[in-house]
Design a protein around this ligand. Structure first.
Ligand SMILES: Cc1cc2nc3c(=O)[nH]c(=O)nc-3n(C[C@H](O)[C@H](O)[C@H](O)COP(=O)(O)OP(=O)(O)OC[C@H]3O[C@@H](n4cnc5c(N)ncnc54)[C@H](O)[C@@H]3O)c2cc1C
Length: 288
């Protein structure tokens, strides 16, 4: 069907619905198989108007300072970019137009560039992005990792409070902060030793901005099949970036507690012990 015809039909379906609730009912009726085990509708509003509202509130300076904190000034533009409602150059130009000097928008523009980079790699790799692009650097081989995501993770019932909160947010809203994605991916791959592909499939099922390029290659970066070393974190790091957003108390997140050296020995017992890390500086810092 020509895309203009599809667009016309889509527009008439939308205008036949009085509100979002009507639209959700219609969407479920049109795709009954999709709603079989998931009746949730994200609070995120679609459309150009909502995207433009988000664009108007971009603050690149605050973004650079706070983006790694779960309550930081991120743009929440992911779903609109993913579905082509706004284009990366438009976001870049809007960011540059709001700052006094281009370097003030550097961090945000860099992040937009990551998306572009992953898309280009996807163009080269195609479906191979579902394969391990390199060996794991964890001291384990693929055979040591579970093939499927355990039910307690899918249900957000691991007993690790922060992890359960991230799963709940992902499943109910379709959105998740970048740092929470990193924490959840590291938990799946390294604390539970599950294949990154199982986690990636779970993310793609729920994320409103789900995109095989950014998603799979980020999972591979965490897993170490597309990076020099595994990404992992400890409770101290979680408390630094997630305090006040999710429950980061020790007694509710015991498995995450320990120094990086301790965790390295626990999670990667076949590797040589790591160099001691310098203590974290008490500032609002940066991570990819
Ligand atoms: C395990 C994992 C899975 C991910 N899966 C996806 C995915 O399916 N789709 C997706 O678009 N992004 C994915 N990301 C990247 C990133 O988490 C999201 O793009 C970002 O959190 C979206 O929220 P935002 O719009 O508020 O981002 P902001 O931080 O406000 O950034 C603005 C835009 O820049 C781009 N961007 C920012 N950070 C990254 C990044 N690290 N990699 C690629 N693009 C970035 C996105 O288009 C984002 O919308 C994933 C990251 C990880 C660690």
């Amino acid at each position: 069907m020509a895309s203009t015809e599809t667009d016309r039909q889509g527009a008439s379906v939308l205008s036949a619905c009085a509100d979002r609730r009507d639209l959700a009912v219609l969407a479920r009726a049109l795709s009954p198989h999709l709603g079989a085990d998931d009746q949730l509708v994200s609070p995120t509003q679609g459309g150009r108007e909502a995207a433009m509202d988000r664009m108007a509130s971009i603050d690149p300076v605050a973004y650079a300072r706070t983006r790694n904190h779960l309550d930081g000034a991120v743009t929440l533009l992911g779903p609109y970019i993913r579905h082509g409602v706004v284009a990366l150059p438009d976001v870049r130009d809007t960011a540059l137009a709001t700052v006094g000097h281009p370097t003030d928008a550097e961090k945000l523009v860099q992040q937009l560039a990551w998306r572009d980079y992953w898309r280009r790699l996807y163009g080269d790799y195609g479906m191979r992005i579902w394969d391990d692009l390199e060996d794991y650097k964890t001291g384990f081989g693929p055979e040591d990792y579970a093939d499927t995501l355990p039910d307690d993770i899918k249900a957000g019932a691991t007993g690790v409070a922060a992890i359960d909160a991230f799963v709940e947010e992902l499943v109910t809203t379709g959105c998740l902060h970048n740092h929470a994605r990193l924490y959840l991916a590291a938990y799946v791959c390294h604390f539970r030793r599950v294949k990154w592909q199982a986690g990636a499939r779970f993310f793609l099922r729920h994320l409103l901005d789900g995109d095989p390029a950014s998603n799979n290659l980020s999972w591979q970066w965490v897993a170490s099949t597309f990076s020099n070393k595994p990404y992992y974190f400890n409770l101290e790091n979680l408390q630094r970036f997630a305090d006040g957003v999710v429950d980061t108390r020790y007694e509710h997140n015991v498995v995450l507690a320990g120094s990086y050296e301790d965790l390295h020995l626990r999670l990667f017992p076949n590797l040589d012990p790591p160099e001691p890390r310098k203590p974290a500086r008490p500032r609002r810092g940066s991570r990819r």
